[in-house]
Design a protein around this ligand. Structure first.
Ligand code: GRF
Length: 237
């Protein structure tokens, strides 16, 4: 398999981009970042790309009157740079079919929840507000909906007592970096299989053949769920 030719789209901090750059440099991901494209200037992710010697572009969505023309400009930039796969790494824009038809089943997103729970913005706060005990992150292929595309891999993260949004987000982010690199490596190994929807208008399914794509509860903490802890709760009740 040739290396993946990646275009990475960002809007801000770029820590997932950094995970990709580090994994490539360490030989853990067989890929080349052909372009890092941001819809915002002066973001940390662009500096990370520049430090790694990767080409960058800024295409500001505000310069376009509609989403289709913005997407067409982004597609043109990605093609010109030689990208054949696209990673959304904190890219805060929805994609139109203009974009998705240009890279069919080749746009990958990382999202900080166990989809289909908590799509859209601030998934970590949504999880806290809902009171879930387990959340996590999802790598999925992008379709025209908001975080609705075929799921590739997920990692579970516990919500701990006293978590606020930032503490939970930080714990999920560690798992995001690992999961994204694993999923991209599996794609680079040629493991991705797409099954068409069972029924017209139904949902396509994505499979990464021969690998474990469900990662268990990370950092659940030693005191939780062990025999002593459960006994203490029982005695006090
Ligand atoms: C991550 O939490 C990612 O899951 C979400 O946006 C955030 C981007 O973080 N889509 P970074 O820019 O990669 O640091």
């Amino acid at each position: 398999m040739p290396p993946l030719d990646l275009g990475v789209l960002i809007s801000g901090r770029g820590s997932n981009l950094q995970a990709i750059l580090d994994a490539i440099a360490a030989g853990r991901l067989d890929a080349r970042v052909r372009l890092v494209l941001s819809n915002r200037a002066d973001v940390e992710g662009l500096a990370r790309a520049e430090r790694a010697g990767v080409p960058t572009r800024v295409i500001a969505h505000r310069d376009f009157t509609d989403r289709d023309s913005f997407d067409a400009a982004v597609v043109a930039a990605l093609r010109e740079a030689g990208a054949t796969w696209v990673v959304l790494a904190g890219f805060m824009r929805l994609l139109t079919t203009t974009f998705l038809d240009a890279f069919p089943h080749r746009v990958v997103n990382i999202h900080p929840s166990l989809l289909p729970s908590f799509p859209g913005v601030d998934a970590q706060q949504q999880a806290l507000d809902h009171g879930v005990r387990v959340t996590g992150c999802t790598v999925h292929l992008v379709d025209a909906g908001t975080d609705t595309g075929p799921i590739l891999a997920q990692a579970a993260v516990p919500v701990l007592d006293g978590d606020d949004r930032d503490a939970l987000a930080a714990r999920i982010l560690v798992q995001e970096h690992g999961l994204l690199i694993r999923a991209l490596s599996w794609i680079a190994e040629g493991r991705l299989q797409i099954a068409p929807p069972d029924v017209p208008g139904g949902r396509a399914r994505a499979t990464l053949a021969g690998v474990e794509t469900a990662l268990g509860l990370a950092q659940s903490g030693p005191a939780r769920g062990d025999v002593g802890g459960v006994g203490e709760v029982g005695e006090g009740a």
